[in-house]
Design a binder for this molecule. Structure first.
Ligand code: K7E
Ligand code: CUA
Length: 659
């Protein structure tokens, strides 16, 4: 969103709105020291909430404590992470496999916690890859990415990964419409209207294991899908997507996709779609997409290439998709805890429309349509509208709820969070943000049961808030106490990457689920070494497998000879520790990938191709004990064709390998 500030400003000018200033009125500079105490978590004390924040163009997800703002962990999801060896170890490389091959980077915008009966349950958190369309599931027992599924027929997976109230589905809508994967895409770009389609994907999630599968897709008209949220309670069974570029422009979108007074929110009856699937109305079409899973027993990821997908045609089926007009280039699409109110936030609109689910159903029943768009019925604006929040601010983006009848909307252009009452649509309070806020988050704020003690605003621009650190300004979040009538800012904290959506969860829901270490007896890695006595080095042609163990404070073996130029060496390192928080690292001079960081009971593998004859030291990278600096060893590399046999040792006993 950041780069769009000037464009939005320009467009608002075009739209005839006057911008006074980007700085909100009453913009004080700091919170009072009294409020600072509210964010203070004393050393040795725990935070009440965990905040799972998207990292935007970092491709990762970070975990902060609330109210302290302390960073606990960066979970690698869609980008390689040399700190943890993610995407570098042989075991984790398959996680980043796609139909395009190995993709080491992506752009993660939204996080969504799993829910049971519409309440967050602390099992998993999902994330979206915006660039090469994918959805990831992160396990909150291990805080590791457990699964990634790619989405065919999609480009720019933005309105994702939003879920239904029992996590039956994770839903994803394509940002860019494109010709479907099985169509000839070698066509002029300006044939958008005829040839480009917008696909939305329904990914099923298995109840116990969480395993995902691409259940079906719906082919919709070519527009840009932006954000979405599931219905809940009374509207469970429906999904709502904001759409822009209903002009179907293919160039200069900042102008050409801002022509129409209203774009749409698309309402999707997914229960009906399920019926059509059961009735055999879907076509199975050819597609190619990767499904990657990390197995906690083998500590190894596998990547499977899928070959087809079930597709429903929204136009032919007539009653699974409906458009509701929504002013103007809607971004956020948020559903209140009761499921009755659907809030659309038009980036260029001077009001916030609130739609009524009951009215929408009546309008569909009574066929109160305003014609159709690309064969999809368009419900009359007034027929679905509950009401409008008048003059709420400039550039509304996203809304969360407190479960007490109030909504909180962010305003990018006027840099503020605005609290308003859902029933009477009156503005109750406004709080400045510093500056240009994008998403916001209330713990459980998009669920049936928000826990509305805090609100966090995720800002795009932090000018004036932090001292310079080079050409780019620090990204930041701001924490507000919203337990009273008025919002009170109590903390600024910097974030990693660019934060977009985030979720927050009570620490109670995850603290007892955490894995402490992996049981060595249950390690099913193909290359596990369950004790030092089993450590060995095995040559198979020019491939050498090193079965290595690590325990405080040595590797076994720690001297290896007989490696030759042209060899491909795999170090399979098993961490024998059976205690919490004793990782060992593994690094070798000249390795062209990264270190390994191996958790207790885990096996991880580094591939190494020596490029020189000589002696190469290796060492543990994690300060694991008083003698950590001693945790090291040597590899001897001989010329190609050399007669030096494979041998390995730890201490005095040297073993000459037979092969
Ligand atoms: Cu508003 Cu990508 Cu959800 Cu950013 S998006 S702000
Ligand atoms: Cu093991 Cu340092």
């Amino acid at each position: 969103m950041k780069t769009n500030l000037t464009k939005i400003l320009a467009l608002l000018m075009l739209a005839g709105l006057t911008i006074q200033s980007c700085k909100p009125k009453n913009a004080g500079n700091a919170s009072s020291s009294g409020s600072a105490e509210k964010a203070y978590v004393a050393p040795g004390k725990y935070d009440e909430f965990y905040n799972l924040v998207s990292g935007g163009f970092s491709g990762q997800m970070s975990v902060y404590g609330l109210p302290s703002g302390r960073l606990f962990r960066v979970i690698p999801v869609f980008s390689v992470d040399p700190e943890k060896g993610y995407g570098y170890s042989e075991e984790t490389k398959p996680m980043l496999n796609t139909s395009h091959g190995f993709v080491p980077w992506d752009d993660l915008h939204h996080t969504e916690l799993s829910q049971t009966n519409g309440e967050v349950d602390g099992r998993w958190v999902f994330g979206n890859a915006n660039n090469t369309p994918r959805v990831a599931r992160i396990d909150l027992a291990s805080f590791k990415t457990a699964e990634i599924i790619e989405l065919p027929n999609s480009a720019g997976n933005h309105s994702s990964p939003f879920i239904t109230e029992n996590t039956e589905y994770v839903v994803a809508g394509t940002r860019f419409s494109v010709p479907p994967d099985n169509a000839n895409g070698d066509i002029p770009i300006n044939t958008y209207k005829e040839n480009f389609k917008g696909y939305i994907s329904f990914i099923s999630v298995k109840k116990e294991s969480g395993e995902m599968d691409l259940a079906f897709q719906i082919e919709c008209p070519g527009v840009n899908f932006d954000l979405s949220h599931a219905g809940k309670g009374k509207s469970n069974g429906w999904f709502f997507f904001s759409c822009y570029n209903t002009e179907q422009a293919n160039t200069l979108l900042e102008v050409n996709a801002s022509q129409r007074d209203k774009d749409f929110i698309m309402a999707v009856n997914w229960k009906k779609a399920e019926e059509y699937i059961k009735a055999g109305k879907a076509k199975r079409i050819a597609a190619k997409y990767a499904h990657n899973k990390y197995n906690e027993k083998t500590h190894t990821a596998t990547s499977e290439m899928k070959k087809d997908v079930l597709v429903l045609d929204a136009k032919a089926l007539k009653d699974i998709c409906y458009f509701i007009p929504c002013p103007k280039s809607p971004h956020g699409c948020d559903v209140d805890p009761t499921g009755e109110y659907i809030v659309g936030s038009g980036k260029l609109a001077a009001l916030i429309p609130v739609f009524s689910f009951d009215k929408m159903l009546k309008a569909i029943e009574g066929k109160q349509f305003d014609g159709s768009f690309e064969g999809i019925p368009v419900i009359k604006y007034e027929a679905a509208l509950y009401g409008e929040v008048k003059k709420p601010g400039l550039g509304p983006l996203h809304t969360e709820f407190d479960g007490k009848g109030n909504a909180y909307t962010t305003f990018f252009v006027s840099s503020e969070v605005v609290k308003w009452n859902i029933k009477d649509l009156k503005v109750l309070d406004r709080a400045p943000t510093y500056y240009s806020v994008g998403h916001l988050c209330i713990p459980g704020g998009d669920s049936k049961k928000p826990n509305a003690k805090y609100l966090i605003a995720y800002n795009k621009i932090t000018k004036d808030r932090y001292l310079p650190t080079g050409p780019e300004l620090t990204q930041s979040a701001q924490l507000y106490d919203i337990s009273g009538d008025k919002m009170e800012m109590i903390l600024d904290f910097p974030t990693i990457g660019e934060p977009h959506y985030a979720q927050a969860i009570s620490a109670d829901l995850i603290k007892d689920r955490s894995i402490k270490f992996y049981k060595i007896n249950e390690n099913e890695n193909k290359y596990v070494t369950k004790g030092e006595g089993q450590a060995k080095v095995v040559r198979e042609g020019n491939v050498v497998h090193v079965y290595m163990t690590s325990i405080r404070s040595h590797f076994a073996p720690d001297n290896i000879e007989g490696i030759k130029m042209g060899d491909v060496v795999y170090f399979h390192v098993t961490n024998l520790e059976q205690d919490w928080d004793v990782p060992h690292g593994f690094a070798i001079k000249g390795a062209t990938n990264a270190e390994l960081l191996i958790m207790p009971g885990e096996t991880q593998t580094m591939k190494w191709e020596p490029d020189k004859v000589g002696i190469f030291p290796m060492y543990c990278t994690d300060f694991c004990s008083a003698l950590h600096q001693e945790m090291s060893g040597y590899i001897r590399v001989s010329p190609k064709g050399s007669k030096v046999p494979i041998s390995y040792s730890l201490g005095k006993t040297k073993t000459i390998a037979k092969n």
